[in-house]
Write a protein that binds this ligand. Structure first.
Ligand SMILES: *Cc1c(COP(=O)(O)O)cnc(C)c1O
Length: 397
C-alpha cells in the first residue's frame, strides 16, 4: 500500500514487506516468501515467534479475565513482580505498557524520592550522548540524539547529556541539582555500544559519592538479551532503578519499572498510575515468558549462541574493507560498517534475512534465544555474501 492511500500517520519509514505469519525464527510475508528473522521485532520476541508456552498461558487467561483496573488486587501482577524481584536487585515493581512509560515512571520516581523522602530540590537527570530512552516528551528529552527532538520544543527541563564512555568528562556534569544518572549498559539504538567497565565504575562512584540514583534502562538489554538476565550483571554493579519492556511479554505489550526497597514509599497511593498497567493478560504473558526463560536456562543459551554468532561473523567478515568492527554482548550484536548500511539491510531482506540498523552505519542482529546453529550459520553466510558484494561495488566505483 502506498503512503498516499494509507490512513496511518507516516511516522515509520517502513520496509516494503508485509509479514503475515511467524513461528520460531521464521517469518512469512503476504507473497509466501520465507525469512530467517534476526531482528525479533527489535529485541521483543526473545523466545521466537508465537512461542507455545506463552500462547497457552494467554489463551487460558483470555478465558478467565481480561481487565479489572488497578483498583483491585491482580494475582498475576504479584506473581510476575515476585519473579522479577527474586531474580534481580529490585524489591518493588510498577507495571506499565511500554519502554517510554517505564522510563517516565523511573524519572518521576527519582524526582519524587528526592523531594518526598530526602527532602531536597534535586531534579536533574544525567543521560548520555547517542542514548535512546523513548518518545514521550520527557524521554525524548532524556534521549541523547537531536533527531528525536526536532519540532517538539519547548522540552521539559532537567536533563543533561554527558559523553558516553568518557570517564574524565562525567564528574563535571554533576551539580547540586542532579538526582540521577540514567544509563544503557549497552546502547542499542545508538549503535550497539557496550559501556566500558571503567566507565560504569565511574558512574557508580559518582552515584555513591553524591547520593544519586542509578537508573538502568534495560528496555532492550534486559530479559536475557545480552547473555545475562540483566546487563548490569556483566559489570558487578547494581542500579537503584531499572526499566524493562521489549522482551518481557514475548510480543504482548508490557513495561515495568523496578526499584530498591528504599524507594518504595516515594510512590505512595495516588502518586502514579496507568489504566492498562499490568493487566491479567499482560502479566500472564510476562510470567510465561520468564518461567520458560528461567526453567530452560535460555539466558545461558543466549550467551552461548551470541558468542558463536560473533565468532562466525568475525571469521567470515575478516578482510572485508567495509566492515570496521563486530561487537556486542550475547545476542545483541552490531556490525559497524565504513558507510551507511541502508542498502545492505535491504539486500539482506531480499536474500531472506531480516536484520535492522542501529544508527546510520551499524547493522544490528537480534536473533531469538532458541535459534539453532544451522540458522546462525545460514544468517552469517547471507551477511558475508551481501557485504562482500557491497564491498566489490564500493571498490569498483
Ligand atoms: C525501545 C527502547 C525504549 C523505548 O521503548 P518503547 O516501548 O518504544 O517506548 C527506551 N529505551 C531503550 C533502551 C529502548 O531500546
Amino acid at each position: 500500500m502506498s503512503e498516499q492511500q494509507s490512513a496511518l500517520f507516516p511516522t515509520y519509514a517502513r520496509f516494503p514487506i508485509t509479514m503475515v505469519k511467524g513461528e520460531g525464527s521464521k517469518l512469512w510475508d503476504d507473497q509466501g516468501n520465507e525469512y530467517l528473522d534476526f531482528a525479533s521485532g527489535i529485541a521483543v520476541t526473545n523466545l521466537g515467534h508465537t512461542p507455545k508456552r506463552v500462547r497457552d498461558r494467554l489463551v487460558e487467561q483470555l478465558d478467565q479475565l481480561w481487565h479489572v483496573s488497578n483498583l483491585f488486587h491482580i494475582p498475576n501482577q504479584e506473581q510476575l513482580a515476585q519473579l522479577l524481584t527474586a531474580n534481580s536487585f529490585a524489591d518493588a515493581v510498577f507495571f506499565c505498557n511500554s519502554g517510554a512509560e517505564a522510563n517516565e515512571a523511573a524519572i518521576k520516581l527519582a524526582r519524587r524520592y528526592n523531594s518526598k523522602i530526602l527532602g531536597n530540590d534535586r531534579y536533574e537527570v544525567i543521560t548520555f550522548q547517542t542514548s535512546f530512552h523513548g518518545r514521550t516528551l520527557a524521554t525524548l528529552t532524556a534521549t541523547g540524539q537531536d533527531k528525536v527532538k526536532e519540532g517538539f520544543h519547548p522540552l521539559p527541563v532537567g536533563f543533561v547529556h554527558a559523553p558516553y564512555n568518557d570517564v574524565e568528562a562525567l564528574k563535571s556534569f554533576v551539580t547540586d541539582k542532579t538526582c540521577a544518572i540514567m544509563l544503557e549498559f549497552v546502547q542499542g539504538e545508538g549503535g550497539v555500544i557496550p559501556a566500558t567497565p571503567e566507565f560504569v565504575q565511574e558512574v557508580v562512584r559518582l552515584c555513591d559519592k553524591h547520593n544519586l540514583l542509578l537508573i538502568a534502562d534495560e528496555i532492550q538489554t534486559g530479559i536475557g538479551r545480552t547473555g545475562k538476565l540483566f546487563a548490569y550483571e556483566h559489570y558487578g554493579v547494581e542500579p537503584d532503578i531499572m526499566t524493562l519492556a521489549k522482551g518481557l511479554g514475548s510480543g504482548f505489550p508490557i513495561g515495568a519499572m523496578l526499584g530498591k526497597a528504599k524507594l518504595r514509599d516515594a510512590l505512595s497511593a495516588g502518586s502514579h498510575g496507568t489504566t492498562f498497567g499490568g493487566t491479567p493478560i499482560a502479566t500472564a504473558a510476562g510470567i510465561a515468558t520468564l518461567e520458560q526463560m528461567l526453567e530452560e536456562k535460555l539466558v545461558d543459551r543466549a550467551a552461548e549462541k551470541g558468542a558463536y554468532l560473533q565468532n562466525q561473523l568475525k571469521a567470515k567478515l575478516a578482510g572485508n574493507p567495509l566492515v570496521k568492527t563486530v561487537r556486542g554482548l550475547g545476542l545483541l550484536i552490531g556490525i559497524e560498517c565504513a558507510q551507511p548500511v541502508g542498502e545492505m539491510v535491504s539486500a539482506m531482506h531480499k536474500q531472506g534475512l531480516i536484520v535492522i540498523s542501529a544508527g546510520p552505519n551499524v547493522i544490528r542482529l537480534l536473533p531469538n534465544f532458541l535459534v539453532t546453529d544451522e540458522e546462525l550459520n545460514r544468517g552469517a553466510e547471507i551477511i558475508s555474501r551481501v557485504l562482500a558484494e557491497q564491498a566489490s561495488v564500493a571498490g569498483a566505483s
